[in-house]
Ligand binder design. Structure first.
Ligand code: C2E
Ligand code: CA
Ligand code: CA
Length: 714
């Protein structure tokens, strides 16, 4: 391999070269291209460092955007091209294998920050430019006055040489003189001289501009300024910062009006575009949270007789689609959902927005909003009902909706209303999803919010508020207990005992899952070691093993193998007594890098189980690639066998899966066994191990040992 190309620094330089090559034609600098590249190079290094920073902070990109403006890259196209270059090449040249997705997400955030920094710096620069221009205007005015009094020749020089547009008109508005800059602004050909200033009206004129003009020509004011549009000769619009002032003769009698035009058309377009980008979601084109909050804030203060109604939608099971079919498929599903939502809210006063991820909102306003919001929710549920085709597959987009409605009397702010809608949406999800619920104040007050739990998580780990329950794993052939799955719980000081479904996702989002997962592993390994010792001392009939859940974030953590080895050594547990459970969705589509740590663990003798098997869109052929030795069939399969005789289709499916698993040398564990009938069926189908309430609920570690002893005795 070519060393120079692979060296990280030379890769950043490649990036800087591409960047400078695209931007250079647009700059207004006197630098050579090499000098310009030298200017961009440190910015490229900073971008790379921001991309890789251990603690990610998009704000660094803001100052890079500002630095571009300082480097005279003020053309709107310069920003747009910079964003394109970052998009196409930053991760390509400055990424590392295996973190592609994370880095791409970071790069997107860097682009947003960069655009914001660019816009901010441009605005500041414009302000200071305006000051400079008004100073120039004063100077020009003085010069023109002078020139009129002194000599025609000097006047010409000032007038013609100016970079800004200048016109001089008589007091009745007839245009007497225009300079070349102004002619160019209006599109070159076509006459300005001889026309009247009053013909320069435009429908978008600021309301005060003509009153100010009358005051000026009436000599009631010396000058005025306005941001005013004009029609160019070809009918397109020229936006200007306009300054008009009176010129008086030597006796102080006003005899001319002098107008200075600064062309702001491009800057205005850029601002409009930046405003659009800052207020719309790039993927779906829907308004984003920022714009929606503005609209909602307005709707909430519409006043007497007006009401608002809000639907907060979160897709059910979207994560599974994303994890198992990939982000591109997930994106397509979101775009389709966005289109359908938009077709549901077309009346005036209705708006749909995407808040992020798979969360959308729809707002309706007006005196009947309390009725209309229910109709709106109904329309949304209907619109989602039809299948969505993505990559030749039919997906169903189901969702849960939280509804909030009320008078637009300004009692509540947008943030509070959104929070209440979010809590209500969660209630709909908890009730099984694919439905809507209406907010109610009591339920809100009782709700345990995601935010509250998230912020309490780190301290909870330090204070030892987590504990583990163990659920026995039973051998279907002889009914003996062979081990147990460790399931973590949170003993929350206010809310009591919380199950993992309440906090694991939050811990994954905040990264706390890594230390929490390590703690669970450590604790479970210690427990399993005790069980094994009891067996060794002749107290227990079998050496019990332990199963521990791993979340996808832990899988990607670079220290997974090292931490596990360290824990096994410290607790003295042999690797064969540990089984790590990973979900199917975390592994499907995984590349070799992601699988490497699992292979290492498997080689050491740790068992790997594929958890929740059958809930993703799995490819059975893929199983061969994975270092797993156990399949855990999801509870949904067991549910079909609650009664005798069981659903024949379910039976066929399970039979097929068991046969396939055995042919690949995988053991099959079934989850959620609640009745004896299920247990019998599953044994007949050839499943190896079972877990479920029929045998035991999750409980304290001693309980597992007791059950093992009873089995042996009975
Ligand atoms: P899982 O790995 O599929 O765990 C099995 C879940 O099914 C447990 O819920 C268990 O209490 C429940 N269950 C067991 N038998 C029955 C039954 O007969 N009927 C029914 N209806 N349910 C049964 P739990 O404890 O709420 O755990 C939920 C999920 O949280 C687990 O699903 C696992 O994915 C995750 N989890 C639990 N502990 C940990 C942990 O330490 N780390 C990580 N990353 N995830 C964990
Ligand atoms: Ca599990
Ligand atoms: Ca499971």
């Amino acid at each position: 391999m070519n060393e120079a190309v692979d060296d990280p620094d030379s890769r950043v330089e490649r990036f800087a070269t591409i960047w400078s090559r695209t931007l250079f034609p647009l700059t207004a600098t006197s630098l050579t291209r090499a000098e310009f590249e030298a200017l961009l190079s440190p910015l490229a290094h900073r971008l790379r460092d921001a991309l890789h920073a251990r603690v990610f902070d998009a704000a660094e990109a803001r100052s890079i955007g500002a630095a571009l403006v300082q480097a005279h890259c003020t053309d709107p196209e310069a920003l747009s091209r910079t964003l394109d270059v970052v998009d196409a090449y930053l991760v390509l040249y400055c990424g590392v294998d295996g973190r592609q997705e994370e880095l791409t997400a970071r790069a997107a955030r860097l682009q947003h920050a960069l655009a914001a920094g660019f816009a901010g710096a441009l605005r500041e620069r414009t302000l200071s430019e305006q000051e400079a221009i008004s100073r120039a205007a004063l100077a020009a005015r003085a010069a023109v006055e002078q020139a009129l009094h002194v000599s025609e020749a000097r006047f010409r020089a000032v007038f013609e040489g100016a970079a800004i547009g200048i016109s001089i008109a008589s007091m009745d508005g007839t245009i007497l003189e225009v300079n070349d800059a102004l002619v160019a602004m209006f599109g070159g050909v076509g006459r300005l001289r001889g026309r009247n200033v009053r013909d320069w009206g435009h429908p978008d004129d600021p309301p005060t501009v003509w009153r100010l003009y009358e005051e000026l020509t009436g000599a009631d004011r010396e000058y005025f300024r306005a941001e005013k549009p004009f029609y160019r000769h070809d009918g397109t619009v020229l936006w200007t910062n306009l300054t008009v002032s009176l010129l008086r003769d030597a006796n102080g009698v006003p005899n001319y009006q002098l107008a200075l035009f600064e062309d702001t058309t491009e800057r205005r377009l850029l601002n409009l575009r930046l405003r659009y980008e800052a207020t719309h979601d790039a993927l779906t084109g829907l308004p984003n949270r920022t714009l929606f909050s503005e609209r909602l804030e307005k709707a909430l203060t519409a006043g007497e007789g007006q009401r608002f109604g809000l639907c907060y939608l979160d897709l059910d099971g979207f994560k599974t689609v994303n994890d198992s079919l990939g982000h591109a498929a997930g994106d397509r599903l979101l775009v389709e959902v966005a289109d359908r939502l938009q077709s549901c809210a077309t009346a005036p006063g209705e708006i749909v927005a995407r808040l992020g991820g798979d969360e959308f909102v729809a707002l309706t306003t007006g005196p009947r909003a309390h009725v209309e919001v229910h109709e709106l929710a109904g329309r949304i549920m209907n619109a989602l009902a039809g299948p969505v085709r993505v990559d030749g597959r039919e997906l169903t987009a189901r969702g849960s909706i939280g509804i909030v409605e009320g008078p637009a009397a300004g009692e509540r702010g947008a943030a509070e209303v959104l929070r209440s809608a979010d809590i209500t949406m969660y209630r709909a999800k908890a009730a099984g999803g694919n439905r809507y619920e209406v907010a109610d104040a009591d339920a809100d007050a009782r709700a345990i919010t995601r935010h509250g739990l998230t912020t309490a998580l780190p301290a909870a780990l330090e204070r030892g508020e987590f504990f583990i329950e163990y659920q026995p794993l039973v051998h279907l052939g002889d009914g003996t207990v062979r081990g147990a799955e460790a399931l973590v719980r949170w003993s929350h000081p206010q809310h009591g005992i919380l199950g993992p479904d309440r906090f694991i996702t939050l811990a994954e989002h905040t990264g706390l899952i890594v230390p929490l997962g390590r703690w669970v592993l450590d604790e479970s390994a210690r427990q399993a070691r005790q069980w094994q010792e009891a067996h060794g001392a002749g107290l227990d009939p079998v050496p019990l093993r332990v199963n521990v859940n791993l979340s996808p974030c832990q899988l990607q953590h670079p220290r997974l193998v090292a931490d596990t080895v360290e824990i096994l050594e410290r607790t003295g547990l042999e690797p064969g007594a540990l089984c790590l459970e990973v979900t199917e969705s975390a592994l499907i589509g995984a590349d070799d890098d992601l699988l490497k740590p699992l292979h290492r663990l498997a080689e050491m003798g740790v068992d790997i189980a594929l958890d929740d098997f059958g809930t993703g869109y799995s490819n059975l052929a893929n199983l061969r690639r994975l270092p797993v030795s156990v399949l855990k069939l999801d509870r949904s399969f067991t549910q079909g066998m609650q009664h005798y005789p069981a659903d024949p289709v379910d039976l066929k499916i399970v039979e097929g899966i068991v046969a396939l698993a055995h042919s690949l040398d995988l053991a099959v564990t079934v989850e959620g066994v609640e009745t004896g009938a299920q247990a019998d069926q599953l044994r007949e189908l050839g499943c190896d191990t079972a877990q479920g309430w029929y045998y035991a609920r999750p409980g304290p570690a001693e309980r597992v040992r007791e059950l093992a002893l009873v089995d042996a005795a009975g």
